[in-house]
Design a protein around this ligand. Structure first.
Ligand SMILES: [Fe+2]
Length: 257
């Protein structure tokens, strides 16, 4: 695909970096720091034609401030306004304190052209599965009421629909019905972008696109009944958000050692 400037606004998604305070740490047989650096290097030329950046959770694996600080410093090198939202491995308070300023923040909204991106926080501390509490659903309703954007994209960590991988589908968003009802009632919501599943998903349901992206850390094997690591490479996603509400998108797989 092309790195030529898009007709709309180009958004980059990275997810599930799972960094540690110790940059030499391994997870599922890979050095997550090296894979993150390879992913970041691959994103850098794309960033020149992009307008925004999303990280959809599991920023760090150990909840460490050092991991958050290093991740923020490195993401800032893309020179894009960015938003992050926590995953089940994150520590919400530490994440929010580190991503409180600069270009890449834990704020709710990001406006790109005639699109509004709404970040949702599905982390339940101490749990692997996700949940959107009333606070998040109310914030979504308020954001939809307040924005005059023509199109809306939602981003969260946990998958709001079954992806066909049994063990992952048991630890998705446990109140997806509430989100799906909101999506059904709001045709401006064109897509939901998420992480957590550590493999690519691209599905359309009732006119809304559901997109997941490979982790920058290790991948999970799609379709597996039980936890299974997939030895494939890391990746990131680019999304061109077009003025008419259409989305062009693909995953870029990252060459790495
Ligand atoms: Fe993850």
């Amino acid at each position: 695909m092309t790195r030529v400037a898009p007709a709309g606004s180009r958004l980059l998604q990275i997810t599930d970096t799972h960094l540690f305070a110790d940059p030499s740490a391994q997870l599922a047989g890979v050095n997550v720091e090296q894979r993150f650096e390879a992913t970041l290097a691959a994103m850098t030329p794309w960033a020149r034609t992009a307008s925004g950046l999303l990280h959809t959770g599991d920023l760090v694996h150990d909840g460490s401030v050092a991991g958050y600080q290093r991740l923020r410093q490195r993401l800032e090198t893309l020179a894009l306004p960015g938003r992050v939202t926590p995953g089940n491995h994150d520590d919400r308070a530490r994440l929010q304190s580190v991503f409180a300023g600069g270009r890449v923040t834990a704020e709710r909204l990001l406006h790109l052209g005639n699109w509004c991106i709404v970040m949702l926080d599905s982390l339940v501390s101490g749990e692997v599965a996700g949940h959107l509490p009333a606070r998040e659903l109310t914030a979504l309703a308020d954001a939809l009421a307040a924005t005059d954007a023509a199109h809306v994209l939602l981003a969260l960590h946990h998958q709001p629909l079954a992806v066909g991988t049994a063990w992952l589908d048991a630890i998705g968003l446990d109140n997806a019905d509430a989100l799906m009802a909101r999506i059904a009632a709001e045709p401006r919501i064109r897509a939901v972008v998420f992480g957590h599943v550590h493999h690519a998903v691209d599905r359309e349901v009732a006119g809304c696109r559901y997109l997941a992206t490979p982790a920058s850390a290790a991948q999970f094997l799609a379709g597996a009944d039980q936890f299974t690591i997939d030895r494939s490479a890391p990746g990131f996603r680019w999304l061109d958000l077009l003025p008419d509400g259409a989305i062009n998108t693909a995953v870029e797989i990252v060459a790495h050692d």
